[in-house]
Design a protein around this ligand. Sequence first.
Ligand SMILES: Nc1ncnc2c1ncn2[C@@H]1O[C@H](COP(=O)(O)OP(=O)(O)O)[C@@H](O)[C@H]1O
Ligand SMILES: [Mg+2]
Length: 224
Amino acid sequence: MPELIKITSLTKTYKLGDEILNALDNVTLNIRAGEFVAITGPSGSGKSTLANIISGLDRPTKGSIIVDGSDLSKMKDRKLSDYRNKNLGYVFQSFNLQGNQTALENVMMPMYFSRVGHKDRHKRARECLESVGLGDRINHKPGQLSGGQRQRVAIARALALNPKIIIADEPTGNLDSVKGQEILSVLKDLNEQGITLIIITHDQTIAREASRIIKIHDGKVRLR
Ligand SMILES: Nc1ncnc2c1ncn2[C@@H]1O[C@H](COP(=O)(O)OP(=O)(O)O)[C@@H](O)[C@H]1O
Ligand SMILES: [Mg+2]
């Protein structure tokens, strides 16, 4: 499989007053199309910073990140947001759903912003919810769903625009281990269908399921 994500000598620096903090420190790593990679490391080691840079939510201070041949560090904001819409699905620990909207409306949202027509949005959102096993919950609001079900709505939303890559930042962090395994199995199915999967996790039982574990410590990556 070809390299999909190429990160070279990437540093992300935060300045807090006089203090300079390298959240990522000269990171070089590649991820191939179709891989399932787990990123692990202690709290504060730079995992979310890395996820945010891969997903184009944040920019490197130094170094490059090339995804599918395009250099994200050189893209203007507008192009970067196109990149996100076309290539990426992001799943958060805290689900980040709109509480006053139904599951269906939550999944339709990214398609609305990408100007998909109402009928197609509706159809695609339903398909995505069915594919995560929530076909019978489409009109429920997040408050009427369990944690595991909420995370599945979030995964359905991440799928809405047919991403090449799914990045899940501690997707099981707010779930018990049984629900966590269910979420992992939904994500693994997507990976088997060809989506490149990057899971950030503290949980070694989840990391062990990945085809590769990338360990990060004080902003530095140790490959194995
Ligand atoms: N926006 C920010 N401003 C300043 N420091 C930040 C910011 N985001 C993250 N950091 C710092 O960068 C380091 C890495 O953070 P993060 O990537 O969130 O770690 P992890 O996800 O591994 O817990 C931490 O020391 C954190 O405090
Ligand atoms: Mg984090």
